[in-house]
Design a protein around this ligand. Structure first.
Ligand SMILES: C[S@@+](CC[C@H](N)C(=O)[O-])C[C@H]1O[C@@H](n2cnc3c(N)ncnc32)[C@H](O)[C@@H]1O
Length: 323
């Protein structure tokens, strides 16, 4: 573990476009398999990504599902080769949708990871409140992060990602510790259901990319699954979120992206992060509750009308009884 007190990045930190162990930040403008081939065996501590879901987004060509899985298997195989024995690999996915029928991608990707000998540690449910409204099924409001390790000797730092307890003032009421506080002062384990807003139009991190993940989601994985100075790789980098989360916590970050406008966006956001000017949603901010915030839009106009209509309908009755 490299606990280094000096900042890893200076304001004039270079963003390399090819992988080198001597670099700290790499944005590879091209196919992830080409980047992966240049990474030495066991060099990475964390691979975290959200791959294309094969649903015909602007940056992907919808493939026959078997071909999609074959391509994913090739990338996952290379990631595992480049992963340290203490390392972790996290694949953040949703559903593949075919004529309204869904296949959760984690269920069909799982065999690829297990055949490579990886051990699953968590299937994290990431719940968010905004997305498409479905008419013929319930609207999807979660995706998953499947987390695997290469061995049983893996890095896991719980303390930096603990969250506040519901009842921190609770005490043991019997036994040898009776009267002492029962909860950990650093907070509790965040569990495997993470409620974190997704990056939709009014999110502070929103760019023109259609499927960014929020920086805070990746920060939690970077803090718990790596140590300072470690390498974090995102083979499908998009707007650079994984590298931003990595360098924010003094890790090294690398990623590949094929589409020029997203490569440019990733570089810009990383530069802003280095300069300390990138605006992101803080990790510890509670989810916005519009009712608690007194937002007037939470009052349904049709409910108000319905109440008024009911009153109006009752008036003649009152009038009649008054006579
Ligand atoms: C789901 S998005 C990832 C978004 C990212 N998590 C973020 O926060 O911005 C997947 C990205 O992978 C890129 N991509 C697709 N195939 C690729 C490949 N073979 N190599 C590198 N990038 C690829 C797409 O252009 C797209 O931006």
């Amino acid at each position: 573990m490299t606990q280094n007190t000096k900042p890893l990045f200076s304001p004039d930190q270079k963003i390399a476009d090819e992988f080198a162990l001597s670099a700290s930040i790499v944005v590879y403008p091209g196919d992830c398999l080409d980047l992966l081939k240049s990474i030495p065996d066991e060099a990475l501590q964390l691979v975290i990504t959200s791959p294309p879901y094969n649903i015909g987004k602007e940056y992907e060509k919808k493939l026959d599902l078997d071909l999609y899985l074959e391509q994913q298997a090739q990338v996952i195989g290379e990631c595992v080769r480049a992963l340290s024995p203490k390392g972790s690999i996290c694949w953040q996915v949703g559903n593949y949708v075919d004529r309204g029928s869904i296949i959760p991608l984690d269920t069909i990707l799982y065999p690829i990871f297990s055949h490579l000998g990886l051990r699953m540690r968590n299937r994290i449910v990431w719940h968010f409140e905004h997305g498409l409204h479905c008419n013929r099924r319930f609207s999807g409001r979660y995706e998953t992060i499947i987390w695997f390790t290469k061995s049983d000797e893996y890095t896991f730092n719980l303390d930096p990602v603990r969250v506040p307890q519901k009842y921190p003032g609770k005490k043991y009421f019997k036994g040898p510790k009776a009267g002492q506080y029962s909860s950990n002062p650093l907070g509790k384990n965040p569990g495997d259901l993470w409620i974190i807003p997704n990056v939709k139009s009014n999110h502070v991190e929103k760019t023109e990319h259609p499927c960014q993940f929020p920086v805070e989601l990746i920060e939690r994985l970077v803090l718990s699954l790596t140590n300072e100075g470690d390498w974090v790789l995102d083979p499908f980098l998009g707007t650079g979120t994984s590298i931003i989360a990595a360098i924010r916590h003094k890790r090294r970050g690398a990623g590949a992206e094929t589409i020029p406008k997203y490569i440019e966006l990733a570089r810009q956001r990383i530069q802003q992060e280095i300069a300390g000017t990138l605006r992101t949603r803080p990790m510890d901010r509670p989810v916005y509750d519009p009712v608690e915030a007194g937002n007037s839009l939470t009052v349904a106009p049709w409910d108000k009308d319905a109440t008024q209509m009911a009153l109006l309908e009752k008036r003649p009755e009152y009038g009649e009884s008054d006579k």
